[in-house]
Design a protein around this ligand. Structure first.
Ligand code: GLA
Length: 599
């Protein structure tokens, strides 16, 4: 027999769902004492004059068809038909604290499966929908959002804005009628709008107040929204943002949304972050083994494109000497890559720079007891590349238009099977023929008119990126990956399921980094935040900082250095050694303990 009211319970939270006739979250908040399903009667509200004669539920799908006039959770049509569905529950099951509700609209020929999982230990609530087309004609999806209610006292919003060199800038506002909306059409989680926000009681702080955090685990386009209804109720929506016409469901085809990760805390922002951190550690992050996070040296700001294997080996020796454990060769190692205007796509070793191959450098690095890592940017192609000259049609574009380059590059169309196969072959060569432990995977351009076979395909591009990475992870399970997109342009739980570290920002200025790291810490624990000691005179801002300030700033993350240790003077070298050693002493605590931010 189908249960009408389901109560999910975790250490400190409850989620109560009415499953039938439609799926509706009735309560999400602190653990209730002595709840019984009959208590739900107390939530019944009178019907006001001057409006519909029923009090409408805030369903998980927020159907317009019911008479919900706010932002719909589902929008789409069959050439104009079946455009206002209403879902009626046909089945509801609970297993392992996961509630699965199946609902149908036989009239419109659609099935909706909603999953809600409340993590018993950390209180993190995961939600997603799967929509299936049951009919012969295609159903065109415009929107598919998860809708969550929050109480009236959730009056303030905290969200993040940013740009290149300035990620995770937190801002606060009061939620007003008309709502708060945040969208990204850049084809990645983006520097500009990290796909998350927090609602809270007025004046909520690090230590105090009830807060409701929401994050969309997705590396593509996204929309997040919070609304006040005129009857007082408040809702949050989170969804992948679909471009016109890009999602079409043929008969029996289905669309599954990314997971929404929600966390309630009545102990302020620290309480929320601690729940997310523990959840990620237990359920999402997969390190290749349980050794401490190795201290990095990344060559980028040290030598840029100027690669000389003899010199790089000297850098490696110096790095090992100050305590580095993983040595990463950044951009500049592949054929024709002498500057940032050419060669992306030509994933063959530059034999002019490396006449004896990569192996002598790798062997040198390994003989010093370090791991070896390398930089790639597989999704991109420079017009000035052999790949582009051979396959100009592999660009992600709409025919008949010219689009602007970004950092002199276009995006490769991963939906194109030959392009996908080429990348898989080249990356498998790199990882299969060399003992590589680590890949820094970069993505330095936004998606403009992302077209495949004449139709927009941004969502599909993100899925293909995941597929490429997943295939490589299966082939090379010992290799760890870092997600970088001009610094922090692709940071989210969708990519974190597949990677072990983020390059947080191209801004290595320790002062500015404090704000960026703090912003990121609301949703991510320190061990996945790549933090490097940069040059005394920062390359991004030209500001100067002492080694103490740079060292102490990089300490609270997954530490590294990014400079040329061969050119560093003795005081600098002594500083690197000191802070690397301090980090090694503290990292067992930093990378597993409880993070507290002070006001
Ligand atoms: C991006 C990254 C940097 C570096 C360069 C290389 O900007 O964010 O860390 O890897 O590309 O071109």
């Amino acid at each position: 027999m189908m249960r009408d009211i389901v109560q999910l319970t975790s250490a400190q939270c409850n989620v109560i769902v009415r499953c039938a006739p439609a799926a509706e979250i009735l309560y999400w908040g602190p653990r209730l004492r002595g709840f019984s399903p009959e208590d739900i009667v107390s939530l019944q509200r009178p019907v006001a004059n001057g409006r519909l004669d029923v009090d409408l539920p805030l369903t998980l799908a927020m159907e317009y068809g019911r008479g919900q006039f706010g932002s719909p959770g589902i929008e789409g049509h069959r050439s104009g038909y079946d455009a206002a569905p209403i879902f009626t529950t046909t089945q509801a099951d609970v297993q392992d604290n996961t509630l699965t509700i199946t609902a149908e609209d036989a009239q419109a020929g659609l099935r909706l499966i909603s999953e809600l999982r409340l993590d018993p230990q950390t209180d993190v609530l995961q939600l997603r929908h799967t929509l299936e087309n049951l009919r012969a004609d295609a159903w065109q999806v415009q929107r598919l959002a998860v809708t969550l209610p929050v109480p009236e006292r959730a009056s303030d919003v905290m969200a993040f804005h940013g740009r290149w060199l300035r990620e995770f800038q937190a801002h606060r506002l009061t939620l007003q009628h008309g709502g708060f909306i945040q969208e990204s059409r850049r084809g990645r989680s983006s520097h500009e709008y990290f796909p998350a926000f927090i609602l809270g009681e007025s004046a909520f702080s690090e230590q105090n107040g009830a807060v409701w955090g929401v994050h969309l685990g997705w590396s593509g386009n996204h929309r997040l929204r919070a609304d006040i209804k005129t009857d007082g109720r408040r809702v949050i929506q989170a969804e992948a943002l679909y471009l016109p016409g890009e999602i079409t469901l043929a008969q029996s085809e289905s669309l599954t949304t990314p997971w929404v990760y929600a966390a309630f805390s009545d102990a302020g922002l620290n309480g929320m972050s601690q729940r997310y951190h523990t959840f990620l550690r237990q359920s999402l992050i997969q390190f290749s083994d349980d050794k401490p996070r190795p201290v990095h040296l990344n060559t980028w700001e040290g030598i840029y494109f100027d690669h000389d294997p003899e010199y790089i080996m000297q850098m490696a020796s110096k790095a090992a000497d100050v305590g580095v454990e993983r040595f990463i060769i950044d951009d500049g190692w592949f054929r024709g890559r002498h500057h940032d205007q050419a060669a992306l796509g030509d994933w063959y070793l530059d034999e002019e720079k490396y006449p004896n191959g990569l192996m002598p450098v790798i062997e040198h690095v390994k003989a010093l007891g370090m791991e070896f890592g390398i930089w790639v940017e597989p999704e991109m192609i420079n017009p000035d590349s052999d790949l582009f000259r051979a396959h100009p049609d592999w660009v992600l574009q709409l025919p008949g238009y010219a689009q602007p380059t970004g950092r002199y590059q276009y995006v490769l169309n991963l939906n194109q099977p030959e392009a996908f196969a080429y990348l898989l072959e080249r990356l498998s060569w790199l990882l299969g023929e060399h003992p590589i432990d680590y890949v820094k995977w970069d993505m330095n351009r936004e998606l403009v008119q992302p077209g495949h076979e004449g139709r927009l395909a941004a969502d599909a591009q993100t899925r293909q990126f995941y597929r490429l990475l997943d295939t490589l992870r299966q082939r090379f399970p010992h290799v760890e990956f870092e997600s970088c997109a001009s610094g922090g342009g692709r940071i989210d739980y969708g990519v974190l399921e597949r990677t072990q570290r983020f390059w947080v920002s191209d801004n290595n200025d320790a002062l500015e980094r404090q704000t960026i790291q703090r912003g990121m810490s609301y949703f991510f624990p320190p061990e996945v935040m790549g933090q490097h000691i940069g040059h005394a005179r920062c390359h991004a801002t030209y500001r100067r900082h002492t080694i103490a300030f740079r060292g102490l700033t990089a300490l609270f993350g997954h530490m590294g250095i990014e400079l040329d240790p061969v050119k560093a003077d003795d005081d600098e070298l002594e500083g690197y050694r000191h802070y690397i050693q301090l980090h090694k002493t503290l990292r067992p605590l930093l990378h597993s303990g409880t993070t507290w931010r002070v006001e």
